[in-house]
Design a protein around this ligand. Structure first.
Ligand code: ZN
Length: 284
């Protein structure tokens, strides 16, 4: 759940450049469609890719949708594809840890072929998030995904992490908290995305692995400076992740939580270290 700066490009020129590489017959079709496509591009930007306010173009002539849909296949072989893949860095903005390996159509090209190659609609993502997101189109905030180019969670922490020790075993739980400091429609999208992308399970697996790998470091700080020294170290880590990725990256939430947790500071990290992270089991 990381915000990305939207690509600054001439989107109409991108369209013209790509159409210019297609066969003469397809070029005729796509050139004749361009006026309506460009109008739709403007609406996409005005409404930040929100399907509530955007309707797919209804083409009267045959072949338009298919030609627009297949533009993306051509894009994948172009230099522009690599440029768009690289704009957000190496990590997926939807989960914050998966390696970017694909472009996700925020509005799927099956429903909106006119946006198949619009850079604003192409979000660098990991394969798992792209697969889980699928071709879903939500018309209301409660069933919509966040748009990494437009939806801002830059300031307010809504991702919460809770660490506890129960019967000798450490537990980690991620959830979305309610706050009036974030608009209700944005919060609804956060909750939907958190559920659909199975982020509670995926964050927990990452967090268990993270703590297991950092156990020796935690132990060094605790041994040298006691729980307060460990707390200060965890706070510094949290601030670093907030500065780099915002307050709703899973590591920001994890370290913020651990720094406040007496059970962890007084040796709870040892309980985590003996656990083996398991694959996500949720079927939500
Ligand atoms: Zn991802």
């Amino acid at each position: 759940m990381i915000r990305l700066a939207p690509p600054v490009r001439d989107f109409e020129q991108d369209y013209r450049d790509l159409v210019g590489t297609r066969t003469a017959a397809v070029q005729l079709t796509l050139n004749s469609a361009s006026r309506r496509v460009f109008r739709a591009y403007g609406q996409y930007a005005d409404h930040t890719g929100n399907a509530t306010f955007l309707s797919p173009i209804k083409w009267r002539l045959p072949g338009r949708s298919e030609a627009l849909f297949s533009n993306y296949v051509v894009l994948r072989g172009s230099a522009l594809y690599g440029e768009l893949l690289a704009i957000g860095g190496a990590r997926c903005p939807m989960c914050g840890f998966g390696e970017v390996s694909t472009l996700d159509h925020h509005l799927p090209r099956t429903a909106f072929p006119e946006f198949a190659i619009l850079a604003l609609n192409l979000v660098p993502a990991c394969g798992r998030c792209n697969q889980l997101k699928g071709t879903h189109v939500g018309l209301e905030p409660g069933v919509q995904f966040l748009h990494p180019f437009f939806d801002s969670l830059a300031v307010v922490p809504v991702l919460r992490c809770k660490f506890s020790v129960l019967a000798g075993s450490a537990l980690i739980e991620f959830r979305i908290r309610h706050t009036y400091r974030v608009a209700e429609d944005v919060l609804s999208r956060v909750r939907f995305q958190f559920s659909r992308l199975r982020l509670a399970d995926r964050f927990r697996a990452e967090a268990l692995a993270e703590i297991g790998e950092r156990r020796t470091t935690f132990l060094q700080y605790a041994t040298a400076k006691g729980p307060v020294g460990l707390r200060d170290y965890l706070r510094t880590e949290s601030r670093g992740y907030v500065a780099a990725h915002g307050p709703n990256h899973w590591k920001s939430a994890l370290y913020r939580s651990l720094a406040r947790n007496n059970a962890f500071l007084s040796g709870g990290y040892e309980q985590i270290a003996i656990q083996i992270p398991v694959a996500p089991t949720s079927s939500q």
